[in-house]
Design a protein around this ligand. Sequence first.
Ligand SMILES: [Fe+2]
Ligand SMILES: [Fe+2]
Length: 162
Amino acid sequence: MLSKRLVDAINDQINYELESSYLYLSMSAYAEATDYLGSAAFFKKQAQEEVGHAMKFFGFLNETGNRVLLAGIKGPEVEFEGFGDLYRKALEHEKTVTARIHNLVDIAAEDKSHEASSFLRWYVDEQVEEEATFNMIVGKLKFVEGSKQGEYLLDKEIGSRA
Ligand SMILES: [Fe+2]
Ligand SMILES: [Fe+2]
């Protein structure tokens, strides 16, 4: 059984996952336009994954007999300050997502919603991975920033993950 506040919070998270997808798609477009083609491919894949996260929540609400209510998606940031800025902002964004997922977990626990508690575990684990990926890239920035050649190589390495 899902409480109304939990259903509302999950609907809000569907919106936020789609907003995340839109942000990463915007980052992909910026990377493409500035010739960081590895990052363009990487962020395009991230954008698709975020749609997947939204759809998992979408399926969960439907399967538990609750109503999905979609709302408008906030327009993403479109201008960035170079290669490093993309990854620092993406890491900050993922930290916000993690806090939001943890909040959902807290609500599920308070409401004794065992089905939601079990379902949300996947997202807790996923956020550990997401933050680790961006932390790893942000950690590498110190070796390359200021060097076009370094950025080129790191961009290429990132592209091979996509
Ligand atoms: Fe996500
Ligand atoms: Fe994510």
